[in-house]
Design a protein. Structure first.
Lengths: 374, 329
């Protein structure tokens, strides 16, 4: 009996070796993904953008800011001149946190009866970095509180009023992760469904053996591409609408920005992923190979969407690379419109990048697919 | 369906033989294809005329499918040229497609579609619509014998029906020439015969049929043939011509109940010249003699000496199979 089992095991390994890309995917794909994602996410969250409005301009306030910077969580703070500027920057999503130090900060610090206050505004649309930022600031606050304690040992502890930073969390009131992650999933799902459907387009025909027959028919390669793409667009877009409806009505994700703009941009993004999928579909010899390629591409993109870790914390190289990934721009657009009420004036860099990448990918893939079909 | 009685076209060289005045529907000159340093097709030169059934015969891997692909413009040739209906295949393949039908070796209809859906797709792809489409679909169903079954899934059809359906789909747009790559592979003999009846009808209607096969009996039904082996044409012409050209000797048939022994004895004891080409055929042994001399006496002598019982040793008409195997060796 065992030799029978053994011969079956042997046969399975032979199949595995023949379909070399399958074990390749399993061994390398998984490991590489883990490495990259782990690397990207294990790094401490640093380099977050910070803006400060120091209305006190005392050495104490400057010391506070310096200590916040020293935590390493933030990059060098930018100075804002007024509250409006801070609101603008938060609205655009340019900063993770804003600190407002009121004019009486130093005075209250020295006054053992008073409670010094500092306002911290966090960009709740990205709760993971925001939470990290909050922790860092709280840490500073505790340190300053401890220092005070040391300096004024003569005053009994009960009399020393603590240091209460007042928090105002902007956008994402409960700082809940669902609002951060569900848009991300929504965006990713759009990518995956479109990629998958498109990738099956020609690999399916090839696997069935009907591709040859199609090529003998009077279709031009462009007609074949368009004919295959239209159902993908229809289904992908409908899928997106359904998912959007679901996250909105079931999970309470708001649509604070312009819905028509979102839909137009979703369509553009869809077309970009469609082109990628078509390239995969002519590259693949079979449907399941296409499927695996889609998984690999999708997982690579996944990392750049900031789903697991904010892009700002990634090594410089990866951050630069993120700009080349359509999914990254799409995610910014999606989050912007849903959570931050961003409009074209804020999103235009991402829109331009998406369109540019789209033309590039689209142009390449159409030429590649036509060449492959001929 | 019309049953044709003139299956013996192989014996009538003049039947349906085109004169060289007719314009070829397919012409290849020195067509060749190399994959790396492997020559799948060396130098293919042939002409096919209107209304004839042209057979392309050869063992597997001889280059039949590669040749068809080049003629259809699916594959770029390494050397030579091909023209279909007067149009250069390499320069203008799109012009050929609406006028040509193709039935691939591998079943190329969609199994998850119904019969009707497949025909509708094919028809629309070739630009048929409305009345014309309906009419052509009807005649395809009629021809394939699938009337009343058009809503069945294609996957549910048995082998012979699938082939007929595939043929129907291939000629839906009434092409001037159809290319069939091993259309009857794996089909039972009755269905095969019925399929060839359809091909005869097509040819009689003026449609040229280019068919590859390795069934010898089907080859006998073609008007003209080309034998291809290892990428080269080794014989071309009508079945009768080929039989005369390709076989130097003649075919001797020894009928015996103990045909196995006949074979053994002749193998052991034949001394004259080269060894004989011999093959066992159930209750007889067919021998292709090396030349035109009369070998009957010698064979009879040897068999009698060895005490092998036989009922007759006579010359018979060579079949294409004899010719084919002799030329392959």
């Amino acid at each position: 009996m065992s030799s029978r089992i053994w011969s079956l095991v042997k046969k399975e390994f032979i199949h595995l070796v023949n379909d070399w890309w399958l074990p390749l995917f399993m061994l390398l794909g998984g490991a590489t993904e883990l490495l990259l994602v782990g690397w990207a996410t294990s790094r401490p969250i640093t380099n977050l953008p910070l803006v400060v409005l120091d209305q006190d301009r005392s050495s104490a306030s400057r010391a506070f800011i310096a200590q916040v910077e020293n935590t390493g969580t933030f990059r060098t703070a930018e100075e804002a001149s007024d509250l409006d500027e801070i609101h603008d920057e938060l609205r655009r999503g340019d900063v993770t946190a804003a600190i407002v130090i009121p004019p009486d900060y130093a005075d209250k610090l020295l006054d053992s009866q008073a409670q010094p206050e500092v306002a911290v505004l966090l960009n709740g649309a990205e709760s993971i970095p925001a939470t990290a930022g909050l922790r860092a600031i709280e840490g500073v606050v505790r340190a300053v509180g401890d220092e005070l304690l040391l300096e004024t040992l003569s005053v009994p502890e009960e009399e020393l009023s603590g240091f209460v930073p007042r928090l105002r969390v902007w956008f994402n009131e409960s700082l809940s992760e669902a609002l951060y992650t569900t848009p991300a999933e929504l965006g990713l799902m759009l990518e995956f469904t479109v990629l998958l459907f498109a990738a099956l387009a020609f690999s399916r025909e090839r696997e069935l053996g009907t591709l040859e027959q199609l090529l003998v028919m009077p279709f031009s390669s462009m007609e074949l591409i368009i004919g295959k793409s239209i159902p993908v667009v229809i289904i992908g877009f409908t899928d997106f609408l359904l998912m959007l409806g679901m996250v909105h009505f079931v999970f309470g994700v708001p649509v604070r920005g312009s819905l028509p703009l979102l839909l137009v941009l979703a369509l553009i993004y869809l077309l970009v992923e469609l082109c990628k999928g078509l390239v995969i579909s002519v590259m693949s010899r079979s449907q399941h190979q296409a499927f695996l390629l889609v998984m690999m591409v999708g997982m690579a993109d996944f990392m750049f969407t900031g789903y697991a870790a904010p892009v700002e914390s990634m090594p410089q190289l990866l951050q630069a690379a993120a700009n080349l990934v359509p999914a990254h721009h799409w995610m910014e657009i999606l989050r912007g419109i849903l959570l931050k009420a961003s409009g074209i004036e804020v999103l235009w860099p991402h829109i331009m990048a998406l369109v540019a990448l789209g033309l590039l990918v689209g142009g390449f893939s159409i030429r590649y697919v036509r060449r492959a079909l001929d | 369906m019309l049953k044709r009685n003139n299956r013996t076209t192989s014996n009538h060289d003049n039947q349906n033989q085109p004169d060289s005045g007719k314009i070829a529907v397919v012409s290849t000159r020195g067509l060749g294809k190399n994959f790396g340093d492997f020559s799948a097709v060396r130098s293919l030169t042939l002409d096919i005329y209107p209304g004839e059934i042209f057979g392309f015969l050869g063992p597997n891997g001889a280059g039949k499918t590669t040749s068809i692909r080049m003629i259809l413009g699916l594959l770029r040739p390494s050397t030579g040229s091909a023209s279909v209906l007067g149009i250069d295949v390499q320069k203008n393949p799109e012009a050929i497609r609406p006028r040509v039908g193709y039935m691939a070796q591998r079943f190329s209809l969609y199994n998850d579609l119904t019969v009707l859906q497949n025909l509708q797709f094919y028809g629309a792809a070739y630009g048929l619509e409305n009345d014309r489409l309906a009419e052509r679909i009807n005649s395809a169903l009629e021809m394939a014998g699938l009337r009343g079954r058009e809503r069945r899934k294609t996957a549910a059809l048995a082998g012979g029906w699938r082939q007929r359906l595939a043929l129907g789909a291939a000629i839906l747009h009434q092409p001037e020439i159809v290319f069939l790559d091993e259309p009857t592979a794996g089909v039972d003999p009755v269905s095969r015969r019925e399929f060839w009846d359809l091909l005869y009808e097509l040819a009689a209607g003026g449609v040229s049929v280019f068919v590859t096969t390795h069934y010898m009996d089907e080859a006998e039904h073609c008007h003209r043939l080309a034998f291809i082996q290892r990428g080269e044409v080794i014989a071309q012409g009508s079945p009768g011509e080929i039989k005369r050209q390709a076989v130097d000797g003649r075919v001797l048939e020894v009928v015996s109940e103990n045909a196995g022994n006949v074979l053994k004895v002749l193998e052991q004891l034949w001394e004259e010249g080269e060894s004989l080409e011999m093959d066992l055929y159930g209750a007889s042994v067919r021998i292709v003699t090396p030349d035109q001399r009369d070998y009957r006496k010698q064979v009879r002598t040897i068999l009698k000496k060895s005490g092998v019982v036989f009922s007759s040793v006579e010359y018979v008409e060579p079949t294409l199979e004899d010719v084919f195997i002799a030329s392959m060796r």
